[in-house]
Design a protein around this ligand. Structure first.
Ligand SMILES: [Zn+2]
Length: 320
């Protein structure tokens, strides 16, 4: 700020002390005894000028460009400026964080769909090898919908169906192969895919449970000929384990679910097994839906209501 600019700002002439030649440097001001003192910083020297006439403090504070002005090297952010920056950052974070979370969940869903597609392909290979018969874990072929009201009869005689298809997912008998395949049977969004709380009863070659369930209609030895619309018939679904916020606190400790338990016509039947929230299927694991494997080997994401809303919608009951 030059001498003339200071004079114009104050509305009155100032006088320089002898020997001063103020030119361009920014000044700070100080009002005392009705006089204005301006400090110029120039070449590391402090030079002082004073106004000749008494100065109105209020006039300077409100109207002078000098009011409130300080050298840049001492200037800090005001509270309002900081709050504005914080508010902008908060808004951006609020917009972006859910997007990031959705992207991560979408990636986990993709992994899960890959798992279930490989399980579907392994099942198709098994069917080809075994005279077009799906893996059968029961000796009898009696229809469970008729004679098994409480689910006890479908307890597997031949071990888990997941152990039967494991050789077709690249697994041998070596320990590392089993571990790798257990990873295949774990959904990344499942908090407890191999829940140790579930008893290991029938699956001697692996964990008691995994992230997935087999449709109970398939454990009785269905053949390809018994599934009229394989692309619209679910064979594998996702198993519900304990999740924070779940109304049901117990994990579903079975690798079979029972579509015929809807509606619960028998008092022995678990009333809620085919319920979207409390049932055996983790029907809302991925974005309000979950992944299903179909009898033709493909896998896809669906909302529960798109798979099961009897009598009009039922992709769980095989039909000729
Ligand atoms: Zn999943």
């Amino acid at each position: 700020m030059t001498e003339s600019e200071v004079s114009r700002a104050l509305g009155s002439p100032i006088e320089l002390r002898p020997g001063n030649d103020v030119k361009d440097d920014v000044a700070i001001y100080h009002v005392g005894d009705g006089r204005l003192t301006v400090y110029f910083y120039q070449e590391q020297l402090t030079r002082i000028v004073s106004s000749r006439e008494p100065v109105n403090r209020q006039l300077i504070d409100r109207t002078s460009p000098l009011a409130g002005r300080q050298p840049m090297k001492n200037r800090a952010f005001t509270l309002v400026e900081l709050l504005v920056v914080i508010a902008i950052i908060s808004i951006l974070a609020a917009i972006l964080f859910p997007v990031f979370a959705q992207a991560r969940e979408k990636a986990r869903q993709t992994t899960c769909a890959s798992n279930m597609c490989q399980m579907g392909m392994a099942t198709r290979l098994y069917v080809q090898d075994y005279d077009e018969q799906f893996p059968q874990t029961k000796q009898t072929s009696a229809n469970p919908a008729v004679d098994d009201a409480d689910g006890s009869l479908e307890d597997p005689d031949f071990g888990s169906i997941f152990a039967m298809i494991r050789p077709y997912t690249g697994g041998g008998r070596a320990t590392e192969d089993i571990l790798r395949n257990q990873k295949l049977y774990a959904c990344p969004s499942d908090p407890a895919p191999f829940d140790p709380l579930c008893q290991k009863q029938y699956n001697s070659e692996g964990p008691a449970v995994n992230s997935y369930l087999v449709n109970g209609y398939f454990v009785w030895g269905l053949s390809d000929a018994g599934v009229g619309r394989p692309a619209d018939t679910i064979i594998y679904a996702e198993r519900r384990s304990v999740v924070a916020g779940d109304t049901a606190q117990d994990p579903f400790c079975d690798d079979i679910y029972h579509p015929w338990f809807y509606p619960p016509t028998n008092s022995l039947a678990p009333a809620n097994e085919m319920d979207e929230i409390t049932g055996a299927i983790a029907a809302r694991r991925h974005r309000e839906g979950s992944v299903y494997t179909f009898a033709d080997g493909h896998a896809g994401w669906k909302k529960f209501s798109q798979t099961f809303n009897p009598p009009s919608i039922d992709l769980h009951t095989p039909r000729l």
